[in-house]
Design a protein around this ligand. Structure first.
Ligand code: NAD
Length: 361
């Protein structure tokens, strides 16, 4: 498939391939839409198996950001960037600064932040070359790592789901299977334990798993089977595409609510969850806390204001659940419709309809 075939279908505005021979940087910046404002989305640093795989991933993630920003009511478009390679092996100051210079060339059409494989310290370095960086450390006037705020938003979402399914938002003694205790999952685990929930965690990384056990005294479970546990809530906080043809029939939870992007491999899986009686909190609505937090940085950061806005995820999800019930559609489709309606009404550029999500990494 040619690059234009990839980007035409969903109407991507711009895709930039960045190459720096000296530092070994190979990056792709994808701008899906600037209909509602500049395209803000993180930089994923990942050892992709091929360029094709990297392109497909960055395009899908960029499109997801368009929907996330719209559903959260932000004046932002959707974009994302990937850097190819193993961050533990090739990440250097030289490479990050070369990347920052490419971000700067876009003049603010794309604004970056951290994502899987990039951290606060990396954004501080990128910021030395570009103004268009968020999620920097407090020392530089930034809002810090957005992950704990994302986790706080997911907690609000889980409470809204609990109210919908069990008639009360209290999470005391609710059972939760948490997949992935990285930056977001770890913070979420802390919040859930604090609320009195009974949490079982799984992670492919033994160090991250050990940290969660030592910090929160939670039980562990195998990564391969975490989605099959009989629990109130399954919280995917690792990679996307976890709800797919193979896993959907193995689910034994009442609620799916977690931080991972692109949890459904395809939209039909949202319909299937509805048929199975499992309440799904659409990923781009429940995980918008980090985006809301970094967006606040653009207007002079206030932690208090950001957290208050993130608490709005609770009501936002309630609205999506109501619409889904009224229209007899899945919550996934209700969320897509909601975001698209906002872009149609307020956006400056027409949006191409999203029909499919593919798997994340
Ligand atoms: P992270 O890399 O810090 O954490 C991911 C964790 O998942 C790691 O500990 C990893 O070992 C684990 N993992 C990977 N594959 C696994 C598997 N098959 N089973 C169990 N564990 C596995 O990333 P993060 O920043 O915590 O983000 C987690 C997810 O949330 C990603 O999908 C990301 O795109 C999404 N997200 C993050 C933010 C944020 O603020 N960081 C915001 C919105 C969405």
């Amino acid at each position: 498939m040619s690059v234009f075939e990839h980007i035409n279908g969903d109407g991507y505005e711009q895709v930039v391939f960045c190459n720096d021979v000296h530092s070994g940087l190979r990056a792709i910046i994808a701008i899906h839409s600037t209909a509602l404002g500049p395209a803000l989305g993180g930089t994923r640093f990942y050892p992709y198996a091929s360029e094709e795989e990297a392109l497909v991933d960055v395009l899908r993630l960029a499109r997801g950001m368009t929907y996330k920003a719209a559903a959260a009511g932000l004046d932002l478009g959707g974009g994302k960037a990937i850097i190819m390679g193993d961050p533990r092996r090739i990440k250097t100051e030289e490479l990050l600064r070369a990347y920052g210079r490419f971000v700067e060339t876009l003049g603010g059409r794309y604004i970056t932040a951290e994502d899987v494989g990039t951290f606060l310290q990396d954004m501080d370095i990128v910021r030395r070359e570009s103004r268009w960086v968020t999620g920097c450390s407090h020392t530089y006037g930034g809002s810090g790592d957005p992950s704990p705020v994302t986790a706080y938003g997911v907690l609000q979402g889980i409470k809204a789901c609990a109210l919908e399914v069990f008639g009360e938002s209290d999470l005391k003694d609710r059972t939760v299977a948490l997949q992935g205790v990285g930056k977001v999952g770890h913070a979420l685990c802390g919040y859930l334990v604090e609320q009195g929930a009974k949490v079982k965690v799984a992670d492919a990384d033994v160090d991250n798993l050990a940290r969660a056990v030592s910090d929160f005294e939670v039980e562990t479970t195998e990564p391969d089977g975490v989605h099959t546990l009989e629990v109130d809530v399954f919280a995917p906080c690792a990679m996307g595409g976890g709800i797919n043809d193979d896993t959907i029939s193995q689910l034994r939870c009442r609620i799916i609510a977690g931080a991972a992007n692109n949890q459904l491999q395809r939209n039909e899986h949202g319909d299937k969850l509805r048929d199975l009686g499992i309440l799904y909190a659409p990923d781009f609505v429940i995980n918008a806390g980090g985006l809301i937090n970094v967006e606040d940085e653009l207007r002079g950061y206030s932690r208090k204001r950001a957290m208050e806005r993130v608490e709005g995820i609770y009501k936002q999800l309630q609205h999506i659940f109501t619409v889904a019930k009224e229209r007899r559609i899945s919550t996934a489709r209700a969320a897509l419709d909601y975001a698209e309606e906002r872009i149609r009404k307020i956006g400056r550029i027409r949006l191409v309809r999203v029909d499919e999500y593919g798997p994340d990494h």
